[in-house]
Design a protein around this ligand. Structure first.
Ligand code: FE2
Length: 237
């Protein structure tokens, strides 16, 4: 989809079912990537070049446990600035952001919303764009689901409050998650409010009981991905 100023793409990593978002300003020709995956750098660079865009920023919504980030390699390849939330405590990123910060790339202005719960470093990004309000929810709010809260300092009660904060945004806001395992690509806050089973709870206690009953398996990549991502995905760093 291309608006008059905005270029945006949703890219998919099949192995980890991760969505990576490319946002570009068609006038100033600058772009950013949200949640890029190691191994996909060639595809990102090809697309950026075909669209005539220069990568200014690459950022992650949180330190992922299910795939290795491409932040480090993209910075090496393009000289882009890499960003993570201050709670991630990852020293190799260029800069950190905190709640309320606005990340500006050309006409794009993403507001960082600290939404802990899936992990203690989880952020969402909100932008009132010309194509409607966009909300990049990371693993905080998924389509008809929410990110698990049983590792990486996850906290179901904190996540409940983070979800309430997101649900205060306009109902027509597009929900653009970091993953989907069923082929859903996007949703809206109204749709999730009505149909997401994790949002049909009365309070934080009920949400915590629901999350505790999930009995999820240990993520396959976790023991590799988390330490790798603490080094921005660069091996040997
Ligand atoms: Fe995650």
């Amino acid at each position: 989809m291309t608006g008059s100023h905005l270029v945006w793409r949703q890219l998919f990593d099949r192995e980890s079912s991760t969505y990576t978002y490319l946002l570009g300003d068609a006038q100033s020709r600058v772009a950013l990537l949200i949640d890029p995956v190691a191994g996909q750098e060639e595809q990102y660079l090809r697309l950026l070049s075909e669209l005539g865009l220069t990568l200014s920023y690459a950022l992650d919504t949180h330190v992922h446990a299910d795939h290795v980030t491409a932040l480090g390699t993209l910075r090496e390849l393009t000289g882009c600035t890499t960003l993570l939330g201050e709670q991630s405590q990852v020293a190799c990123v260029s800069r950190t952001f905190k709640d309320g910060d606005v990340i500006v790339v050309g006409d794009i202005a993403l507001q960082a919303l600290y939404t802990p719960g899936h992990t203690d470093d989880s952020y969402s990004f909100y932008w009132q764009s010309e194509l409607g309000d966009l909300l990049f929810t990371g693993d905080t709010l998924l389509i008809r689901g929410t990110g698990r809260t049983d590792f990486q300092n996850g906290d179901a009660r904190a996540q409940y409050h983070s979800l309430q904060r997101l649900l205060e945004l306009p109902e027509t806001t597009w929900v653009l998650p970091a993953h989907d395992y069923k082929g859903w690509t996007r949703s809206t806050l109204a749709e999730e409010k009505a149909h997401n089973p994790r949002l049909q709870v009365a309070d934080a206690e009920e949400y915590a009981r629901l999350m505790a009953s999930l009995n999820l398996p240990h993520p396959a990549m976790m023991d590799v991905a988390v330490p790798a991502n603490r080094g921005c995905g660069l091996t040997g760093s």
